[in-house]
Each structure stands twice: as structure tokens, then as C-alpha cells.
Design a protein around this ligand. Structure first.
Ligand SMILES: *Cc1c(COP(=O)(O)O)cnc(C)c1O
Length: 346
């Protein structure tokens, strides 16, 4: 049987399903609510028209990395581009994990850390967040060291809780955990604080960034930023030509005009303030800290609300078990989308 060749440890895996994407109001995937403006899209059209299709892309995406380095205020050589930061997570797992190696993460956090750990043959060790969805930093460090984990993954702000780990705590984790520490700053733009200034200071720090939340989810582009020593090791595992030519061209256009990103982020934050204010005036909804492009809320009947919203073609993320039972994660939408949500959530 062909099944004899399958990996036993993958037998209970399920393929990732993002569900239907044809809802009118899509507040479930933490995307940006506005598309690029027409002029920029026209400019992209010209570049696509004149692209070279018979040749492989630049394997190291050098121009994109240089422009991102400028955007993030780091050195070019410290930046590697990936096919989304998902691929960066996968590259990290495959670079450092042998079968049976352990990886520490908070729970709940981004599900890809656990998935790619397991695919690489590693064992995810989950550290539950506290009652207010906060991280017990000391407990986490103790756990990581006593389990002898090889990698720590932490998103900051955390998706889906929105929880923040303070800078001094991040530094404590980097200094005291005896392993590689990956800080995933997918929501950096909406929070404003970064640990990137420390990448040359610590031998064990990797920072992840992505273009997906700031208006470019379609092009699949993420970045890994780290010191030379870790970078050389990661490069051994990076698939050649992992970022395609079209993505590279589009990213160059946008990164040459970062005001496109700044404006988009400004609009999203303004809508976050609006939605937060309106939601906080509704009885029976508890809000968690919102430092990203979504708001996590707790209600008494999340599934009921989710169904009711779906009937109006509004999609949000709903949690039905574990620590986040009865929570909804609502991505910030446009004013019109937010009003539509507000009208139907009560
Ligand atoms: C959305 C998200 C990413 C981004 O993944 P991409 O592959 O770059 O789209 C990474 N980490 C976290 C925590 C996220 O929420």
C-alpha cells in the first residue's frame, strides 16, 4: 500500500483550511482592509508587462532585502526574504531541529510554530498564558531551560490574544533562555516597538517581519533578520529562488515609497480606535488589549454571534475551546465594514 510510505507522525495532521473567502466583510484573517491605490497598481502593471519570464528570480532578492533593510533600519546583510514569514518559520525549524528536539511557545500563539516544529520532527512545548492572557516571563524561561528547548517562538504582539511582552521582558528571555529566540513582529507597524536594534548584540536572536498585515498579503513576502552567524546557517536551508520575480518587483515599488505603508497603517490604527471605542460601549463584550490590527473580544455566546454575523456575510475568527473559549478575533475593517459589524454584533 502506498500508505506504507507515509510518515506515521503526520497521520493525525489536517491540511490547513482558511475556509470560504467570498464573504462580503472579511474580518477573519488580519489582512489590511484597503487595496493599493489605482495609480500604484497601474505602475505595477507596467513592471509586470516588462518582466523577464524565462529567467529565474534573484535567488537572494538582494534589492528587496536592501530596501527592507532601509525601511527597518538594519544592515542589508542581516536580512533574508521568505515566501511569507511562514516560510521563514519553516526554514528556522529545519535549520536547527533534529528529530525529538523541543521548541517552546506560549499558548495560544500563532499555530505555524507548532506545525513546522512537528514537520521538522521536533516537539512543541506549550506554555499556557495566565488568566488575563499575560505571559509569566520567569515561568516561561524556567520551562524553556528545564525542557532544554532548542528554539523559542514568541509573537509580539501575540496573535490571537493581542498580548504584549514588554521590551525588558523580551531582553530577559533572550538573555536567560539557553536557545535560539525568535521574536515574530508580524504586527510591529501597529504596535511601534521592536527588538530589531538588538540583533547584532545577541548571538541567539532572530526577528521575523511580514508584508502581509500592511497591505500586501497577496504577494507572500516575509523577512528574517538576524546576525551574520545565524544567517549563514539559515542560508544552508533556504530554498533557492524562494521569492518569485513578480513579488520582488512589486515589493521594490512599494518599499521605495514607504509612505504607502505608513498611510495604510495610520488608517488602520484610526479605525482600531473607532472600533474599540464603539465595542467598549456595548454591554456583555469584554475587550482585550489591542496593539495589532485586530481586537480580541470575549462574549457569552461566541458561536451564536459568529453564526449571526455569517448570515450577514460578515466573517470573524471564533474560538470555541481552550483558553479562548467564547472569544472572537475581529480584524480591523474599513469604517463601513466596522459599522456593519457593530450593527450586527448585538
Ligand atoms: C499573519 C502572521 C504571520 C504572517 O505570515 P505570512 O506568511 O508572512 O503571511 C506571521 N506571524 C504571525 C504571528 C502572524 O499573525
Amino acid at each position: 500500500m502506498v500508505q506504507d510510505f507515509f510518515r506515521e507522525d503526520l497521520s493525525d495532521f489536517e491540511s490547513y483550511s482558511a475556509g470560504r473567502t467570498d464573504y462580503k466583510v472579511r474580518l477573519n484573517a488580519n489582512e489590511s482592509f484597503s487595496n493599493l491605490d489605482f495609480e500604484t497598481r497601474k505602475e505595477i502593471g507596467k513592471v509586470i508587462e516588462n518582466s523577464i519570464y524565462n529567467r529565474y528570480p534573484d535567488p537572494e532578492a538582494l534589492e528587496v532585502c536592501a530596501l527592507y533593510a532601509k525601511y527597518a533600519n538594519v544592515k542589508n546583510i542581516n536580512v533574508m526574504a521568505g515566501n511569507g514569514s511562514d516560510e521563514c518559520i519553516q526554514i528556522i525549524a529545519h535549520t536547527f531541529l533534529n528529530t525529538g528536539d523541543k521548541v517552546a511557545m506560549q499558548s495560544p500563539d500563532f499555530s505555524m510554530y507548532g506545525l513546522y516544529t512537528k514537520v521538522a520532527g521536533g516537539i512543541p512545548i506549550e506554555f499556557p498564558l495566565g488568566p488575563a492572557l499575560e505571559l509569566d516571563v520567569k515561568g516561561f524561561i524556567n520551562m524553556a531551560n528545564s525542557e532544554k528547548v532548542k528554539i523559542v517562538f514568541l509573537s509580539n504582539p501575540d496573535n490571537p490574544t493581542g498580548n504584549i511582552i514588554k521590551r525588558e521582558d523580551i531582553i530577559k528571555i533572550i538573555e536567560e533562555c539557553k536557545c535560539i529566540v525568535v521574536i515574530d513582529e508580524a504586527y510591529f507597524e501597529f504596535y511601534g516597538e521592536s527588538i530589531l536594534d538588538k540583533i547584532d548584540f545577541y548571538e541567539n536572536l532572530i526577528v521575523l517581519r511580514t508584508c502581509s498585515k500592511i497591505g500586501l498579503a497577496a504577494i507572500r513576502l516575509g523577512f528574517m533578520i538576524t546576525n551574520n552567524v545565524l544567517m549563514s546557517e539559515l542560508k544552508k536551508v533556504k530554498p533557492p529562488y524562494n521569492v518569485n520575480s513578480i513579488t520582488q518587483s512589486i515589493a521594490c515599488i512599494i518599499l521605495k515609497r514607504p509612505e504607502i505603508i505608513y498611510n495604510n497603517v495610520k488608517n488602520i490604527i484610526a479605525e482600531r480606535v473607532y472600533l474599540w471605542e464603539k465595542l467598549s460601549n456595548i454591554d456583555g463584550i469584554k475587550l482585550y488589549k489591542a496593539k495589532a490590527n485586530f481586537i480580541l473580544v470575549e462574549v457569552s455566546n461566541a458561536l451564536e454571534i459568529k453564526e449571526k454575523l455569517l448570515k450577514q456575510s460578515i466573517n470573524v475568527r471564533c474560538y470555541t475551546s481552550g483558553k479562548l473559549v467564547n472569544c472572537l478575533r475581529i480584524t480591523i475593517g474599513s469604517r463601513e465594514e466596522n459599522n456593519c459589524l457593530l450593527k450586527n454584533i448585538i
